[in-house]
Design a protein around this ligand. Structure first.
Ligand code: NAI
Ligand code: MG
Length: 338
């Protein structure tokens, strides 16, 4: 029973780190059928293609999509982000963006790990808004934030379910003191769903305070659930406090499995170091491990070996986080531990 995976290396360091992810999957003994897609900033500059509907349709038949990074300095901001990444998230209903973080022991604290669950299809990224009198001295730009009870609640439920499999603690991060409409909906949904999970301890942090705690006291966290924009920012900070952006992995999940989920490192295409084998591939390799664990956990076809391969890859990465070397050397080092 093979898995069919779409591979989108993308731009800059994307193809370099994706190659290492695939190398390590093979070293772990998992055979995948891969289908390559040439999309991203470079492709857009070549012929204007962003994400054709025909490709989106093809993707619906895949088991997962593995992405490096997309974005090139020559492309105007928003074209690839909205047209490719956000379109993928919205069209495939990848409503959970799951980002795990690990802190080594040190400075008087034990090793620690926590997970951010970012709502991935709504909020300020839904594209609500517009211009009035654009380009004039009197121009107006509005950018709304869309929060549906359904969308908010399913992200919160996912957070409670995940916390129940971990240390039974879930924190809501928002800004309810100022965002009195969306924050109100989020906190009501959070508190109502919490009643269904009496075994889970809950907490609430304003997102600005969460930024302080991420740096000064991340040990307080097990699972954090938050909206799309706050989650985007908090997870870059999460990466920065837990070993750097080169280690930060992510899964864009459709937990209902009505479409393939997408797995990618948190980082971008890093044009400053592209093509030099300087990129750390660990974030992409850990994202590949999340992909295997998600695929193997499909209730319709559980595959313990594939889940185990994901766990082994994560352990192998842990053993290599302090290593230095080229992108390929690090991929080889992880592979050799398997
Ligand atoms: P970036 O993450 O590409 O780079 C930020 C800094 O981190 C750079 O100094 C880079 O060299 C370094 N860095 C990133 N990944 C690294 C790795 N694996 N190993 C070592 N160093 C690493 O973010 P930036 O510069 O804001 O964006 C560059 C392009 O990537 C833009 O076009 C942006 O839109 C796009 N982007 C794409 C994302 C995606 O595909 N999901 C996410 C973030 C940005
Ligand atoms: Mg980001």
């Amino acid at each position: 029973m093979g898995y069919r995976i779409g591979v989108l290396g993308g731009d800059g360091i994307g193809p370099e780190v994706v190659a290492e992810g695939l190398k390590v999957i093979e070293a772990a003994g998992v055979e995948l059928e891969t289908v390559d897609y040439d999309l991203g900033g470079a492709r857009y500059l070549k012929d204007g293609t962003i994400l054709p509907d025909s490709v989106l349709e093809e993707w619906r038949g895949l088991d997962a999509i593995f992405v490096g990074a997309v974005g090139a300095p020559e492309v105007p901001p928003g074209v690839i982000e909205r047209g490719l990444l956000l379109k993928m998230r919205f069209e495939l209903d990848l409503y959970i963006n799951q980002r795990p973080f690990k802190l080594d022991a040190g400075d008087g604290h034990e090793a620690h790990d926590f997970v951010v669950i970012r709502e991935n299809t709504e909020g300020a990224y839904a594209g609500e808004g517009g211009f009035l009198r654009k380009g004039t001295a009197h121009e107006v730009a509005t950018q709304g934030s869309v929060n549906t009870r359904m969308g908010v609640e399913r992200a919160i439920r996912y957070g409670f379910d995940l916390a129940g499999k971990r240390r039974n603690h879930l924190t809501l991060a928002h800004k309810t003191n100022v965002l009195n409409f969306s924050g109100d909906l989020w906190s009501r949904a959070f508190n109502e769903v919490a009643e269904e999970y009496p075994g889970i301890e809950t907490a609430y942090n304003h997102v600005d305070a969460a930024c302080i705690y991420f740096v000064q006291d991340p040990q307080r966290y097990d699972v954090i659930v938050t909206d799309n924009l706050f989650g985007d920012i908090l997870t870059d900070l999460g990466g920065a406090v837990s070993g750097g952006i080169g280690l930060a992995a992510s899964a864009n999940l459709n937990p209902d499995r009505t479409a393939p989920s997408m797995f990618e490192p948190v980082h971008g295409s890093a044009p400053d170091i592209a093509g030099q084998q300087k990129a750390n591939p660990i974030a992409a390799i850990l994202s590949a491990a999340m992909m295997l664990e998600f695929l193997g956990a499909d209730p319709a076809a559980v595959n313990a070996e594939v889940i185990d391969a994901g766990a082994r890859i994560r352990a192998a990465c842990d053993a290599c986080t302090d290593m230095t070397g080229s992108t390929a050397e690090l991929g080889d080092a992880v592979s050799s531990k398997l």
